[in-house]
Ligand binder design. Structure first.
Ligand code: CA
Ligand code: CA
Ligand code: CA
Length: 149
């Protein structure tokens, strides 16, 4: 299975970005997701973060994330707006990602659609396959994002 880098990193950032500004991602991802404080992110922690971010994104609580809700959830503060071309690339990636996830083409992402798309990303990020994501593994995900632009 091949996954393009932008799709990968967008999905990964979406796990946590519902809560965090883009620039704070690398520093805060561990702290935000590591609920039991063992310094790494376990699968269970990733899953709960996913469910939580889904709830947060689903603003009208209809059990579906619309493209608008996805966009609103990823909005960055005015002061942290990236350059316009980066913004545009991000918008495009988001749309592509949305279409990929919306398997039944209902124009909404259900929790199960959301989760089924996330699991492979966790496995992929877990470079040493030890079932947890550590700092370097997370940073690599961010690094890939930067390297692409
Ligand atoms: Ca909704
Ligand atoms: Ca759907
Ligand atoms: Ca690992």
């Amino acid at each position: 299975m091949t996954v393009t880098k932008p799709a990968l990193t967008l999905a990964v950032t979406t796990i946590v970005l519902a809560a965090l500004p883009v620039t704070a991602w690398a520093e805060n991802a561990l702290a935000a997701l590591d609920t039991n404080g063992d310094g790494v992110i376990g699968r269970q922690e990733a899953v709960s973060a996913q469910v939580e971010s889904f709830r947060r994104l689903d603003e009208n609580e209809d059990g579906q994330i619309s493209l608008d809700e996805l966009e609103a959830g990823q909005a960055t503060p005015e002061s942290e707006q990236p350059p316009r071309d980066v913004q545009r690339a991000r918008d495009k990636a988001r749309e592509r990602w949305f279409k990929n996830l919306d398997r039944d083409q209902s124009d909404g992402i259900s929790l199960s659609e959301y989760q089924s798309a996330m699991t492979p990303y966790f496995d992929r990020l877990d470079a040493d396959s030890n079932g947890v994501l550590d700092g370097p593994e997370l940073k690599r995900a961010i690094g890939m994002d930067d390297a692409d632009r």
